[in-house]
Design a protein around this ligand. Structure first.
Ligand SMILES: O=C[C@H](O)COP(=O)(O)O
Length: 251
C-alpha cells in the first residue's frame, strides 16, 4: 500500500510574511504522517524559515529546484548540499515551467536526481506532454522517454523512494484538468516504464502524483484511481484553507 503524498507548489508566489502566516495557519491541522505526506514547495528564500517554523509538525518542505553540483563557481544557483543541510525533505525537478523557461533538459534532471539523493533528500520528478503531443497520440512514448532519461543510473532503492509527478502541460494553471481516467492511464504508463526499467517491486513502490488544476472539489476523483498516489498542486495550495481541504480529502 503506497502512502498518499500531496505536495503544494507555490511557484514564485508569497512574501516571507505570507509564507510564515500559512505555516502558522496549517501547522496544527496537518494529518498524521502515517496517513499522508503533506508537503509545501516553497520559494528558495523561505526554505530555512519554513523548516524551522514547521518543527514539531507533520509538514514537510520541498525546494522547487536545485543545481546538480554540490558547490563551486555557479553564480546564482542553489546547492543541493545546502538544501539537505537546512533540513529540506524534497526537491521538485523537471517541472514543465523549468523545462520551458529555463531550458532544463532530461540530462540536467537526471543529474539533479542523483545530487538530491546524494544529499539525503527525495526528488519529485515531473513529466508531462503538450496538448499537441496528446492530440498526435504521442503521450505514452514521450512520457516513457522522459522517465527513462530522468531515472538513468538510479538504483532500485532510490526509485522505490522517489516521487514522479505526471502533469499534462495543457492542464497546468488553466483550470482544464485531465479527466481522472486519462490521468490514471498516463500514470499507468509511468508505472509500466518503471517496471520495464527495474522490476515489479520497484514499480509497485514508486509513488506517482497527478498535477494540473487539482483542487479540493476534484481531488477525490484522482485519488480513487489505482495508479495515482497523490497530487502536485499549484494554485489550490496557496491558501491554507484550500491546502488543508486537499489533505482532508485523502487522509
Ligand atoms: O506544480 C504544480 C502544477 O504545475 C499544477 O499547477 P495548478 O494546480 O495551478 O494547475
Amino acid at each position: 500500500m503506497r502512502k498518499p503524498i500531496i505536495a503544494g507548489n507555490w511557484k514564485m508566489n508569497k512574501t516571507a510574511a505570507e509564507a510564515q502566516a500559512f505555516v502558522e495557519a496549517v501547522k496544527n491541522a496537518i494529518p498524521s504522517n502515517e496517513a499522508v505526506d503533506s508537503v509545501i514547495g516553497s520559494p528558495t528564500l523561505y526554505l530555512e524559515k519554513m523548516v524551522s517554523d514547521r518543527e514539531g509538525t507533520e509538514l514537510k518542505v520541498a525546494a522547487q529546484n536545485c543545481y546538480f553540483e554540490d558547490a563551486g563557481a555557479f553564480t546564482g544557483e542553489v546547492s543541493p548540499n545546502a538544501l539537505g543541510d537546512l533540513g529540506v525533505d524534497y526537491v521538485i525537478i523537471g517541472h514543465s515551467e523549468r523545462r520551458e523557461y529555463f531550458h532544463e533538459t532530461d540530462e540536467d534532471i537526471n543529474k539533479k536526481a542523483h545530487a538530491i539523493f546524494r544529499n539525503g533528500m527525495i526528488p519529485i520528478v515531473c513529466c508531462g506532454e503538450t496538448l499537441e503531443q496528446r492530440e498526435a497520440g504521442e503521450t505514452a512514448e514521450w512520457i516513457k522517454g522522459q522517465i527513462t532519461n530522468a531515472l538513468k543510473d538510479l538504483t532500485e532503492g532510490q526509485v522505490s523512494e522517489l516521487v514522479i509527478a505526471y502533469e499534462p502541460i495543457w492542464a497546468i494553471g488553466t483550470g482544464k484538468s485531465s479527466s481522472a481516467e486519462e490521468a490514471d492511464e498516463t500514470c499507468g504508463v509511468v508505472r509500466e516504464t518503471v517496471r520495464e526499467l527495474y522490476n515489479g517491486a520497484t514499480a509497485d513502490a514508486v509513488r506517482i502524483q497527478y498535477g494540473g488544476s487539482v483542487k479540493p472539489e476534484n481531488i477525490a476523483e484522482y485519488m480513487a484511481k489505482s495508479n495515482i498516489d497523490g497530487a502536485l498542486v499549484g494554485g489550490a495550495s496557496l491558501e491554507a484553507e484550500s491546502f488543508l481541504k486537499l489533505l482532508e480529502a485523502v487522509k
